[in-house]
Design a protein around this ligand. Structure first.
Ligand code: GLV
Ligand code: MG
Length: 308
């Protein structure tokens, strides 16, 4: 897989209707943020939120966070209006569109075509703005490989646990926690792994969704650790207090990063000493081989992306 993507360890959700929250988000250390036009904004406030987002994106003072806008899904009557307004008004300052409730590839293809038209109409570079499909129901999970490959603009696959759990009738009201009465492991495992497999199969980033108990940072950390351990690249944060935890959990531990660099150095040394032939080598008491090198490359790339 490609690791040339910018890091998305922490993805801050910001209501597009709140100028105050957008201004505050500018200075926070989240790797990415998305300005929301969907569920965090009431229907009556959506039109004003489009204007607020465009004004804010066109202003100075942004750091190098990845800037994303979440539009409303294609079953509403707002997707076209959202995209035309924010890409037409501030497309040059936008990295991607987050598309919620994607049930199949047709929703991604429709957004790709619309983006291309809006980019052309406004003299923007065609194809630069990415698409981040949110997987939020059983149909989306079933069609995940087609969604992942629906457009070269797709950069990530994003889990939407709240909508997902509602859509499959899971008996829980606490997003990110296990349903009451289930004692057989992690109820999210299959969904997370399916999203991760599709992301890895197609060279995309896999992003975990929100944890809603925003006052309990330790519980957030536990939830983040589950998806980070599987291999996810990052997680949404709903409150500034969750940002540091996400950045830490989704970065390699220093000792793992150091060891990965040692494995890469040692393997390189043995390979050149053997005249370029690759094979097994020793690092202290541990045998390392081509597969160890690949695992080390993953940790090393994630560490470098995190500035280690
Ligand atoms: C996010 O959109 C979610 O539904 O969890
Ligand atoms: Mg949702």
């Amino acid at each position: 897989m490609s690791f040339s993507f910018r890091p998305r360890r922490s993805v801050l959700a910001v209501p597009g209707s709140s100028r105050k929250m957008i201004d505050k988000a500018k200075g926070l250390p989240a790797d990415a943020l998305f300005l929301d036009l969907e569920d965090a904004v009431s229907p009556l406030a959506k039109e004003q939120a489009r204007t607020t987002i465009v004004e804010a994106l066109n202003e100075d003072g942004w750091g190098d966070q990845l800037k994303v806008v979440r539009v409303n899904d294609w079953t509403t009557d707002a997707t076209y209006l959202d995209v035309a307004a924010v890409v037409g008004g501030a497309g040059a300052h936008l990295d991607a569109i987050l598309l919620p409730k994607v049930p199949d590839a047709s929703h991604v293809k429709a957004l790709d075509l619309l983006l291309t038209q809006v980019e052309k109409a406004h003299g923007l570079e065609v194809g630069r703005i990415g698409i981040e499909p949110q997987i939020e129901d059983a149909l989306g999970l079933t069609n995940i490989n087609e969604i992942a490959t629906a457009s070269p603009r797709v950069q990530t696959l994003v889990f939407g646990p709240a909508d997902f759990m509602a859509s499959i009738n899971m008996r829980t009201l606490v997003v990110g926690e296990q349903p009451e009465g289930y004692d057989r492991g992690d109820a999210y495992h299959h969904i997370l792994m399916t999203i991760l497999m599709a992301a890895r199969a197609h060279g995309l980033q896999a992003i975990d969704g929100p944890y809603l108990q925003i006052r309990d940072v330790e519980a957030f950390r536990r939830s983040a650790q589950r998806s980070a351990a599987l291999g996810f690249d990052g997680k949404w944060v709903l409150h500034p207090s969750q940002i540091d935890a996400a950045n830490e959990v989704f970065s390699p531990r220093q000792e793992d990063y150091d060891k990965a660099e040692m494995i890469l150095d040692a393997y390189e040394w043995h390979t050149s000493a053997a005249g370029g032939a690759r094979g097994a080598a020793m690092l202290g008491d541990e045998m390392i081989d081509e597969a160890s090198r690949k695992m080390a490359l993953v940790i090393s790339a994630k560490g470098r992306a995190a500035g280690m």
